[in-house]
Design a protein. Structure first.
Length: 407
């Protein structure tokens, strides 16, 4: 009996499909055999992610170190007479309207009985290290986002615990046992949802967004709470009569991209609970920036231009010294009323030339300066770091804004 090539091919193809189906239905068992990269790819949509964020981190450490401050409004921040700003405050100060980033002077007007303490960065860094060591007892897949927050991929974990919720409780308990500090945790199947979850029930809470609840949760969520939707975008959305996730979901992708540019793709996916990012233990720094808060607000354009030039040269110098190149420079301007703008300009090719970076920053400054309507409080210049493969990150502003606090 003669067997044709086609028949052999079909037989092999069927066998292959069967094996593939068997493999996919047993992913859990195969998981432990996979490398970290393969693990991330295969489990992308079937993962268990925990986001942990410490509560009132700097202030809570101060209250722990000085028990007499427990239960009292505590503000950690800069000198009100030197235009200092609030780094954070204890939950007792929050009902008075005190917030991170506001002028300390204003915060003390809102809550005069608050105890004001200076920032002790070394102390907070040491506690942060303790907390990250605890995270790594549960999984090696820990991605730190700032001094007090991290994502943990616990799909498989060092405790062999199948419930991510139980694990989150265990992590919180361990943090409290070792540091006497509380944390809030969010549990879900991707990073975007885990982050929203951890902020839902603060302080000292756990929120779980299971796959079956994600759509309802996101549809009811105010747009302002979507990570990446700032005040300006939220106002724009409200102007379009869009105030919840459900409203946002009704907008077609084309409209979102037309209205908001590239970030429209992100909104389209986020509101559907889609986020394929993997928890990456070593986060590559995306940008490097320097900024200056002036002793008095100013609208002196020559002075401001000189500052931009100086900051641009400084950033370029650091870039060269660490052997990095940049593809874009960003200018940040904070007005006297704390309203802030960032503008980015790309180079034709990557550079590490300090003068080119400074020139680019000046060009942006000259374009923006025409529209300066208020006095300026702070000005900053940052360079987007070149990534392997030559890609420029889409959201470099986020890193830029964070860097001054954590460097
Ligand atoms: P956050 O986690 O944003 O704030 P928090 O931990 O104080 O309070 P929450 O319970 O809402 O999470 O930031 C962590 C620390 O980073 C914070 O304690 C102080 C510091 N920080 C600044 O220095 N400047 C800032 O603008 C912000 C937002 C934080
Ligand atoms: Mg926090």
């Amino acid at each position: 009996m003669q067997v044709s090539f086609k028949e052999i091919f079909v037989k092999f193809f069927n066998e292959f499909c069967l094996l593939l189906r068997l493999f996919l239905s047993n992913l859990d068992r195969f998981g432990s055999l996979l490398s970290v990269d393969q693990h991330d790819t295969f489990f992308r949509d079937n993962r268990k992610i925990i986001h942990v964020d410490m509560d009132a981190f700097f202030a809570a450490i101060e209250q722990r170190d000085q028990p007499k401050l427990k239960g009292k409004p505590v503000i950690v921040g800069g000198d009100p007479w030197k235009r200092g700003v609030v780094s954070t405050c204890s939950y007792e100060a929050r009902p008075f309207g005190v917030r991170s980033g506001m002028a300390t002077h204003r915060a003390l007007q809102l809550c005069p009985q608050a105890v004001l303490l200076p920032v002790r960065m070394d102390r907070y860094r040491a506690v942060s290290e303790e907390i990250f060591n605890i995270f790594r007892q549960f999984t090696p897949l820990v991605e730190g986002m700032s001094i007090d927050e991290a994502y943990l991929d616990v799909t498989t974990n060092l405790k062999n615990e199948t419930s991510a919720t139980r694990l989150a409780k265990h992590i919180k308990d361990e943090i409290f046992y070792k540091t006497e500090l509380t944390a809030s945790a969010g549990v879900s199947f991707n990073m975007f949802l885990a982050k929203i979850a951890s902020g839902t029930n603060k302080p000292n809470g756990i929120t779980v967004i299971a796959p079956s609840c994600a759509a309802d949760f996101l549809e009811a969520l105010p747009v302002r709470r979507f990570h990446g939707v700032g005040r300006v975008t939220a106002n724009r959305l409200h102007g379009m009569n869009i105030s919840t996730g459900w409203d946002l979901k009704q907008l077609p992708l084309e409209v979102l991209v037309e209205t908001f540019g590239k970030i429209g793709h992100y909104y389209h996916e986020a509101v559907r609970g889609i986020d394929h990012r993997c928890v990456t233990p070593v986060r590559v720094r995306k940008s490097l920036g320097r900024e200056n808060t002036f002793p008095v607000d100013t609208s002196d354009l020559d002075f401001l231009r000189e500052q931009v030039l100086r900051l641009g040269l400084e950033v370029g110098g650091i870039l060269k010294s660490i052997g990095q190149r940049t593809r874009a420079a960003t200018l940040k301007v904070k007005y006297a009323d704390f309203h802030q703008i960032t503008r980015c300009r790309r180079f034709f090719q990557t550079t590490d030339d300090a003068e080119a970076i400074a020139d680019n920053a000046i060009l942006i400054f000259n374009e923006c300066a025409k529209a300066f309507c208020k006095k300026v409080r702070l000005i900053g210049v940052s360079a987007t770091l070149e990534r392997l493969g030559g890609q420029t990150p889409a959201q470099e502003e986020f890193d830029f804004m964070k860097s001054p606090n954590f460097t």
